[in-house]
Structures are given as structure tokens and as C-alpha cells.
Design a protein around this ligand. Structure first.
Ligand code: ZN
Length: 149
């Protein structure tokens, strides 16, 4: 178990040191700013959607190691997903971080599982979910801009 924990730690540290898709996006379709006052995390999430699929996603800002690595892993996990898949993944991720009860509808988390360890540190849950909430906000803002009628 200790080795597993170390491995998880390594993945998180790696993403913190070399965050993936860490850049401001020119002309994103959707954009939102997220803050976590408890920790001081501040990030922006940018995305491009094509036919409801996350074609490009990036982020920038300042966050603690948990926040930055979670945002980095989120961009990898969401690229290529459609909206329903992205929402299901967010929900399942949130469950893994906050809830021990089984949720049969949850989808596999893949590498995002390494962040489930923050469950032991409730204050950190907000760090780990900030990017996801910000992504969600960007998506909602985007939908607000689209008129289908
Ligand atoms: Zn934080």
C-alpha cells in the first residue's frame, strides 16, 4: 500500500511540475475563471468544442500542487469526450473524492484515481475539484451563448 501511495504521489508531482495543456488559448469557444479562496488557487479553463465534443482544452493560473495536477490530468481526461461523458466523469470523480458509498452509474476514472487520496483531507477536495467546476462553468456559459431557436 505504501508503494502505491508513493506512486500516486509521483504522478501528482509530475503533473504539478510539468502541467499538460498549461497555456492560455487564443479565441476559445468557452472560458471561465475559477477561484478557491480556502487555498488561494486561481485558474482559467479554456475550451474548444466541435459538434459537442471537447476538441481542445487548456488552463492557466496559479494553484497548489493538487489543484495544478488535477487540472492537468483533467485536460487529458476530457479531450475527445462529449458533454455527457465529461459530466459523467466529473460526477464520478467527485464521488471518488467525497463519498464512500457505491455509485453503480460511475464511469472508470483511469489515471484520475490517483487524486482520490485527497478524500482524507477534506480541505483539499476543493483544490482537486476546482478545475472541474471551472470547466463546468465554461460549458454552461457557452451554452448560454448558443441560441438554438
Ligand atoms: Zn489548493
Amino acid at each position: 500500500m505504501e508503494n502505491l501511495r508513493e506512486l500516486y504521489q509521483e504522478v501528482i508531482l509530475d503533473h504539478n511540475k510539468n502541467p499538460r495543456n498549461f497555456r492560455k488559448m487564443e479565441k476559445p469557444d468557452g472560458f471561465a475563471h475559477g477561484t478557491n479562496p480556502l487555498c488561494g488557487d486561481q485558474i482559467d479553463v479554456y475550451l474548444k468544442l466541435t459538434d459537442g465534443i471537447v476538441e481542445e482544452i487548456s488552463f492557466d493560473g496559479h494553484g497548489c500542487a493538487i489543484c495544478t495536477s488535477s487540472a492537468s490530468m483533467m485536460t487529458l481526461a476530457l479531450k475527445g469526450k462529449n458533454e455527457a461523458e465529461a459530466k459523467a466523469l466529473f460526477k464520478s470523480f467527485h464521488h471518488a473524492l467525497t463519498d464512500d458509498a457505491p455509485h453503480p452509474e460511475d464511469v472508470p476514472l483511469g489515471k484520475l484515481k490517483v487524486l482520490a487520496g485527497v478524500k482524507e483531507y477534506p480541505v483539499r477536495v476543493k483544490c482537486a475539484t476546482l478545475a472541474w467546476h471551472t470547466f463546468d462553468a465554461a460549458l454552461k456559459k457557452l451554452q448560454g451563448d448558443i441560441t438554438t431557436e
